[in-house]
Design a protein around this ligand. Sequence first.
Ligand SMILES: Cc1ncc(COP(=O)(O)O)c(C=O)c1O
Length: 406
Amino acid sequence: MQEELARALRDAAERFGTPLYVYDVDRMTHDAQALRDAFGPPWIVLYSLKANAVRPLVCRLPALGYGANAVSLGELIAAREAGFEPSLTALEGIGKTERELREVIRRLQVGTPPLWVSLESSDEAAALAALAGNGPGGRGRIDVLLRVNPEVSPETHAGLAVGARGSKFGMLEREIDDVVQAGGGIDGPLRWRGVHVHTGSQLRSVTAWRSALASALRIRARLARRLPDMDTVDAGSGFPVLDEPGVPTPGDFAAVAAAELQRAEPPARLAVEPGRAVVARSGWLVGRVLHVRARDPRQVVLDAGMTELIRPALYGARHPMAALTSRGVGCTDSAGEEMTDADVHGPVCESTDYLGTHRLPALVRGDLVAIGQVGAYGASMASTYNARPLPRAVLWQDGDLHLADE
Ligand SMILES: Cc1ncc(COP(=O)(O)O)c(C=O)c1O
């Protein structure tokens, strides 16, 4: 870790307390731009707000050409507050409530409909069509995508493999005709615009993603023969942030997409919806050591754990960790301290509140530790279990630290 960053994290902990999320704004902007460069026009790039909706951080994305992908009414509101164009904000998600579908209709009525609604099932199509009325009417129609389960074998943790056959994510190809009929058919209130797939997160290879895209392209071309507005394929995301050799870059995914598009009838509109690759590396969770036990390996308990960062407990995710102080004195990885293994735990009353084994210097109560790559699915998945308060968030930019909610 760079000394300047380590100093900022120490300062932030002293000023705002721990556990604390700190976001490196320049890092986020850099990673967001790199992804945008890999998927340049004509790709539509929708940021997945579920990864992180901290407004003063993600409000920088619309200026980089990003739209948003929201999966709840709360995220639709967060998208608007962060400055994403309503016409570039899609409503997706695994199950949409009546209230969420009504909000789509309300937005249509006031002339700011979402980019599209990605439908999961016949029930959802019928519910949206019923709210919209029986035909196009004067308000226009609602653009919808069909979220199809690509039935692939994603190269990732089972808990992240949403594109696997049998998962709850999306309809099967053979269910599509029923969904279109339930949604009012070709001339009903829904305008069938395209096919949406999402392979899974943290993909270690491009292979399953490529197959999912190929299926989406094939299905779209087939449906376009009878649904004339079918002009869109949304390839989802899955671009990984992993410290492992051989992990594919966004450019690798873009290259296989280009190859698949050569082999297919290309649709007029193409989209991806990254979350993790945009924000993960910008986030740090700073915790303080509460106690150390002389075991083999030693046991270190922090004031940060699964309530602030559930990914290790939920899917065994491994996050890098570095000490910011050792025996009360500032340090960095490169400072030459003797490093030994430590089993690092959080303070929550669950044995799965475990952050992994890490090489760390000597630690005593009060020392500071930083957990890396937590900008995605960190704070957005935080809970108040054990009646713990949600962690505060601080933004770091141009040498300045300020609270995200001020
Ligand atoms: C449909 C859909 N799109 C996009 C994403 C974002 O994925 P990632 O954070 O891997 O980029 C997810 C994540 O769960 C998703 O379910």
